[in-house]
Write a protein that binds this ligand. Structure first.
Ligand SMILES: *Cc1c(COP(=O)(O)O)cnc(C)c1O
Length: 372
């Protein structure tokens, strides 16, 4: 393919966006202009609605930066200083929350689980019952390390029973996977402009409980990531504290329209599910082995064992497989597992089962060319 032809990104973000979302970036916006303030207000309201967060009780606070900026701002606001945050960890993004808390100097306890299994609810219940009560719980909804779906609503029920706030990194599934902050009584959720919202990267989103936010004033050690300050700007004047990523916001507004036209998160998730079904069947036909049991797999990203060196795979190397696919217009994702050699293929973005079929044909072609 030529340098100018964009590859199809089968990655969990950045991901392939539609032409109309890309086209929405082709104009400039004055950051304090009425039109842009209206756009910002609309995006904030629509993101809240997607989170099941009624405006009386919750507020959406956009944060310049990638998704991690939103997670860090969320933890800086809501992770207590004097009681440990219980991190339900079964992958790299759970561990990233621990890294953030360590930097913030906030106490935490890890509830470690295997990367191929959802968070164990009995283990959460035990962690809540034993020892000092955690100050809050943090969990990743869909652990992008594997694509494993964690039981957020059930963890939320345990958290409510124990009277402990729950913070959710919902980054990889937001706009696709179901999420109901009001029903589950969640304190805060972190998301981003790309991934299932199918905008472009550059904007983190924190949807949070207004009362909890009011209690969080002066807690953040960082000026730029101070969620309370950032929210104050939006609520007082509708303006961003610092230079907003105007084109990213415009693209997100377009992406939200597109999501509504598709039929909302339910329809979007159904398309991703069709992508995943096609992908798993096709990859199995090619001889690849998925790492997760089907019931643990969210239709966001699928993880496959890297068969390098296995009998029956002479000549296979992930680097050559990746390169061959790239030459044919498809970008996949390396693995991130600590235990097993693996690679990942995303199901999200402006892609359809027909794109997955085209990818599978390319994958067969690459594999044929790799045999010695
Ligand atoms: C993508 C992602 C993030 C944020 O990653 P960035 O590279 O900072 O955008 C956080 N958590 C999960 C679960 C993710 O999938």
């Amino acid at each position: 393919m030529s340098d100018t032809a964009a590859p199809l990104l089968l990655t969990p973000g950045p991901l392939t966006v539609s032409d109309r979302v890309r086209a929405a970036m082709m104009r400039d916006w004055g950051s304090r202009d009425e039109a842009f303030l209206a756009l910002t207000a609309r995006v904030r309201a629509e993101v809240s609605a997607l989170a099941g967060a009624d405006p009386d009780r919750f507020v959406t606070v956009p944060m310049q930066g990638s998704g991690t900026f939103a997670v860090e701002a969320m933890l800086a606001a809501f992770a207590p200083m004097d009681a440990p945050t219980l991190i339900c960890e079964n992958g790299a993004y759970g561990r990233r929350m621990a890294d953030i808390l360590r930097r913030l100097g906030r106490p935490y306890r890890m509830l470690h689980g295997p990367e191929t299994e959802p968070t164990d609810l009995d283990a959460v219940a035990r962690a809540l019952a034993d020892g000092p009560k955690p100050g809050c719980i943090a969990v990743v909804q869909c652990e992008t390390t594997t694509g494993c779906l964690n039981p957020v609503s059930q963890i939320a029920a345990l958290a409510r029973e124990a009277g402990v706030p729950l913070l959710v990194d919902a980054m990889s599934g937001f706009g696709g996977l179901p999420l109901d902050m009001a029903a589950d009584g969640l304190t805060a959720v972190a998301a981003s402009s790309n991934k299932c919202l199918q905008g472009v990267p550059g904007l983190g989103l924190v949807v949070c409980d207004r009362a909890a936010l009011a209690d969080a004033a002066d807690r953040a050690p960082s000026l730029s990531l101070d969620l309370v300050d950032q929210a104050r700007g939006f609520e007082a004047t509708g303006e961003w504290r610092f230079t907003p990523p105007t084109h990213v916001v415009a693209a997100l507004a377009e992406a939200l329209d597109e999501l509504a036209e598709e039929g909302g998160p339910t329809a979007r998730l159904a398309r991703y599910g069709a992508n995943l079904t096609r992908l798993l069947a096709g990859m199995r036909d090619l001889g690849f082995r998925p790492l997760l049991a089907a019931e643990n797999q969210a239709p966001i990203i699928a993880t496959f064992a890297d068969p390098s060196g296995e009998e029956g795979w002479p000549g296979f190397s992930f680097a050559r497989f990746y390169g061959g696919l790239k030459d044919r217009g498809f970008v996949i994702y390396p693995g991130k597992l600590t235990q097993a050699a693996s690679f990942r293929v995303g199901c999200i973005g402006a892609i359809t089962p027909a794109d997955i079929d085209a990818f599978l044909i390319a994958a067969r072609d690459v594999l044929d060319g790799m045999r010695p």
